[in-house]
Design a protein around this ligand. Structure first.
Ligand code: PLP
Length: 650
């Protein structure tokens, strides 16, 4: 297996070796409770105080307070609670506080959620107001100027987690100069990447999270300006000078301290110009690999460690899958489900077109990145581009790629379009075409030299039956009722496949032969493919379908004739580093094309399907078992969890 390249630093980072050492030392040698007055406690307290002093120096907050907590979400809660409690008191004293809780439209969800939560719990009844951003993702200062007189509390961020866009904190500060509003700046993505001289600003609260900069998860800190109102979120033994009770997370604080030391002392993290150089290299490779790529934030206004991009015609899921296969970890710019990616509210707020917002990918790294890793990432990015081109997913001629043949399923939001591909004549029939898949189908056919010969719809209610030749086979339409048809793909008298749209099994009885493979129009109707006979027999009680790595190794030893089947898409397979155990390539979208061959085998070997995470392989194995193939298995957890000894291509 190739070495993992982790380019998802805005989600979290690995832990700096010096931070691991510091945490271990805190647990082993300096395990005291900093509240104890004996020598062991005093040692722990000295460490705690030293980290706090270092944080204060780094952030330039001599007179302000720094408190340690569990991370930025807690820091945000504490800041919001503190501000809102103060606003309530001021209002009760009869002061005018303004009626608006203003937050940037691209803030992390923790901010508006905390505002809404505490506003409701405290019964304040203030209005939450989104501050718009411009097309570059920067806060709209004119809008802020207009809101400032009614603003009670303003929440903005130092840099955006999805796009890396750096806020104009000087401009925001100037706009709020005459306002009495309290101001929180979420500095999570700024630490170690931006100069933060907080003491010289009018910022009241600034939360930080350790795990975004090489400290472990579960440790964070909150800066509170001297004189800014404060209400503890957690009450108890009065630790942290009463600001946050509970015995301190000393291992986490020690680890954070080691990271802050590296920041303060220099020499470990890359300089901004080196980081810009790394990003330029990655951007150049992305441009070469994905012609037409668009970057979703202006690079000169974003952190040098973040790239957010979309590629016309490719979903974020396809891009994530191909990068994951190449062992490059990136994330979707938006919450993404298997069926359809949800658009990103950050990119929506910037006014980007829907396709860019729903297909965005974020590539981010930290200041510990090395030239060697970036260079290897560039090689793999270019391989991913080639893999997608050869799979016909980008409309460019392919070289040396396997030409798809037989039947192929394309899915969008759970709806299936089926392509019937006759390789000798290079003719293609599309059943239940979906407009959104038009470009994908065009580039697939164009890049493999296919001609579209017909588009058929199962929502065709003509009564008469018709039939036409398709290469050496024939396609026959059978009317199911006055609104729907099924299409039968026949070899002579034998019906190989039936494309049945949304028809229920009961509607097919008598019209479709019992052994024809049914290819439905939606996942819920039937996954992959099935037959009337298989459905009538019901699922067979059988051996466990899911195998973990140990069970698979045992099976491969006991039954060396077992066949491993990689059901990842061809572009994922091509993106893997060559090598690894031999496996048959049958992308799940092409499973139906291979099923007849497996079912016809005289001495069927065990088939072990595998994919990235175990979902697609489980579908494939279930499909085969339903059709009577007893020894079909799925590798649970996929290549992501497979033991290295299995040597699966990854
Ligand atoms: N704010 C920003 C900008 C973030 O990126 C994150 C984490 O993704 C958070 C807040 C929340 O941080 P945590 O999960 O460490 O509490």
């Amino acid at each position: 297996m190739s070495k993992e390249i982790y380019l998802d630093g805005n989600a979290t980072t690995c832990v700096l070796p010096a931070a691991i050492d510091a945490a271990v030392q805190a647990m082993r040698d300096c395990f005291g409770n900093p509240s104890s007055t004996h020598a062991t406690g005093l040692k722990a307290k000295a460490m705690l105080d030293a980290v706090r002093q270092r944080a204060k120096r780094l952030l330039g907050v001599g007179s302000g307070r720094i408190m340690f907590n569990s991370g930025a979400t807690e820091g945000i809660q504490t800041a919001v609670l503190s501000a809102l409690c103060a606003l309530r008191e001021r209002r009760e004293r009869g002061e005018a506080i303004g009626g608006l809780l203003v937050y940037g439209a691209t803030e992390h969800k923790a901010v508006p959620e905390a505002l809404a939560h505490w506003n409701r719990l405290l019964g304040l009844g203030l209005e939450l107001k989104k501050l718009p951003v411009d097309g570059d993702g920067r806060h709209d200062l004119a809008a802020l100027r207009a809101l400032a007189p009614q603003a009670a509390f303003v929440c903005t961020m130092a840099a955006n987690n999805e796009t890396g866009v750096v806020s104009d904190l000087v401009g925001i500060g100037a706009t709020l100069a005459a306002s009495k509003a309290l101001w929180m700046v979420d500095c999570v993505q700024g630490l170690g990447k931006l100069p933060l001289d907080l003491g010289n600003t009018r910022i009241d609260y600034a939360p930080f999270s350790g795990h975004k900069l090489y400290a472990p998860k579960g440790i964070g800190m909150l800066y509170v300006r001297e004189g800014a109102p404060y209400t503890p979120l957690v009450m108890g033994g009065g630790q942290e000078a009463g600001l946050r009770s509970g015995t301190e997370n000393m291992a986490g604080i020690a680890a954070l301290g080691a990271v802050l030391a590296v920041l303060e002392e220099g020499g470990t993290f890359r300089s901004p110009s080196e980081l810009h150089g790394f990003r330029d290299k990655l951007a150049a490779s992305l441009r070469a690999a994905f012609p037409g790529i668009v970057f979703n934030a202006p690079l000169d206004k974003a952190l040098p460690t973040t790239l957010n991009f979309s590629v016309p015609g490719l979903s974020s899921k396809e891009l994530l899958d191909v990068f994951d296969a190449a062992n490059v970890r990136v994330s979707a710019g938006s919450a993404c489900s298997a069926a359809k990616a949800a658009p990103s509210y950050v990119l929506d707020a910037m006014g980007l077109p829907a396709w860019r917002s729903s297909s965005a990918v974020r590539m981010s790294f930290g200041p510990l990145a090395s030239e060697e890793i970036i260079n290897e990432a560039c090689v793999r990015i270019e391989r991913c581009g080639m893999a997608l081109r050869n799979a016909g997913l980008m409309d460019t001629p392919v070289s040396g790629a396997v030409v798809p043949e037989g039947v192929l399923q394309l899915s969008l939001a759970g709806n299936h379009t089926w392509l019937l591909l006759d390789e000798p004549s290079r003719q293609c029939i599309v059943v239940d075409h979906q407009a959104e898949l038009g470009e994908r189908i065009d580039s697939l056919l164009h890049s493999h030299g296919y001609q579209l010969s017909a588009r058929l719809s199962t929502r065709d209610g003509r009564a008469e039956t018709d039939s036409f030749a398709f290469g050496a086979r024939a396609v026959r339409r059978v009317a199911l009722d006055s609104t729907r048809s099924a299409y039968l793909l026949c070899s002579g008298d034998k019906v190989d496949y039936a494309f049945t749209g949304l028809a229920a099994l009961s509607e097919l009885a008598g019209k479709v032969p019992v052994d024809a493979l049914l290819c439905a129009g939606r996942e819920e109707v039937n996954a992959c493919c099935t037959s009337l006979r298989a459905e009538a027999q019901g699922s067979m009680a059988s051996t466990e379908l899911n195998l973990d790595s140990i069970a698979l190794a045992r099976l491969l030893q006991a039954q060396p004739q077992a066949v491993l089947v990689d059901v990842r898409e061809t572009y994922e397979q091509a993106a893997c580093i060559p090598g690894g155990r031999a496996a048959q390539s049958v992308p799940l979208s092409r499973l139906a094309a291979f099923v007849p061959g497996w079912l016809a085998a005289v001495d069927p070997p065990p088939l072990v399907f595998f994919c990235r995470s175990g979902n697609r392989s489980a579908k494939a194995a279930q499909c085969l078992r339903r059709l009577g193939y007893r020894h079909a298995y799925s590798l649970a957890g996929g290549v992501a969890l497979a033991s290295p000894e299995l040597a699966l291509a990854a």
